[in-house]
Design a protein around this ligand. Structure first.
Ligand SMILES: O=C(O)CCC(=O)C(=O)O
Ligand SMILES: [Fe+2]
Length: 238
């Protein structure tokens, strides 16, 4: 599968819009990152057991309702390409955020170096995953932290077509602001669109200096049909 267009999409990211969107609301939309054909291929491979290291029933864990599967190493080329290509521009912003939050610059320039840090920190297991929801399923608001070491941004790509393959199933993001009520976002995703969002916290500039907001994401109930998502998380798991 040719993957050069994934690198081009990452290189074409509008850095200013990325920083502005993530800073102001915690998410940035990348329309049409994956073609319908690629979405179809990823969905068809949901049944290919050899590709996955584990399968999680969300209901059993109290995470909601639905199922997801973690890919094993070596990742499918496309999934690996997404991580490799989108990491560098996001790492630059991650280091800017770390500075704003008063931390030392932590993230190396390329993803392989960051994965080596994860492995050294006892987090060697791959985290990219594919999620499948049917009617009545949903994903509770959560954060994908898999250990001490985490990268501040992740990507979710909608593989199904809203209105055709499924109804309902909106991608939801909430910002919990200190001593204030939480602010909800519904991210308008079409098939193949990607949302880049903050994993844990985001720095904000207040009138009395910088403060932090906590972010969580989830999916509202799928009312009809079947909905698949590809989740690209940059840190590995313990
Ligand atoms: O299905 C979705 O849109 C959300 C998936 C998710 O929680 C993730 O990619 O981390
Ligand atoms: Fe998630």
């Amino acid at each position: 599968m040719p993957i050069h267009d994934i690198s081009r999409s990452a290189a074409d990211l509008d850095r200013n819009a990325l920083a502005a969107d993530l800073g102001a609301r915690g998410w940035h939309l990348v329309p049409g990152l994956l073609s319908p054909a690629r979405c179809a291929e990823l969905k068809a491979d949901y049944a290919a057991d050899a590709l996955y290291r584990s399968t999680i029933s969300m209901q059993r864990h109290g995470f909601g309702r639905g199922e997801y599967r973690y890919y094993r190493y070596p990742l499918p080329d496309l999934v690996a390409a997404l991580r490799t290509a989108f990491y560098p521009p996001l790492a630059r912003l991650a280091n800017d955020w770390a500075a704003m939050l008063g931390r030392a610059s932590l993230y190396p320039a390329d993803h392989a170096a960051f994965l080596a840090q994860c492995a050294l920190a006892g987090q060697p297991r791959p985290t990219p995953l594919i999620l499948r929801y049917g009617a009545g399923d949903y994903n509770c608001l959560h954060q994908d932290l898999y250990g001490e070491l985490h990268f501040p941004f992740q990507i979710a790509i909608l593989l199904s077509q809203p209105g055709a393959d499924f109804d309902g199933g909106e991608f939801i993001l909430t910002e919990q602001r200190p001593r204030m009520q939480s602010r909800p976002h519904v991210v308008p995703l079409k098939q193949g669109d990607a949302v880049i969002f903050a994993v844990n916290e985001a720095p904000r500039q207040g009138s009395r200096g910088p403060y932090r907001v906590k972010l969580r994401h989830g999916v509202s109930e799928i009312r009809r049909g079947e909905r698949f998502t590809l989740g690209v998380i940059f840190h590995d798991a313990g």
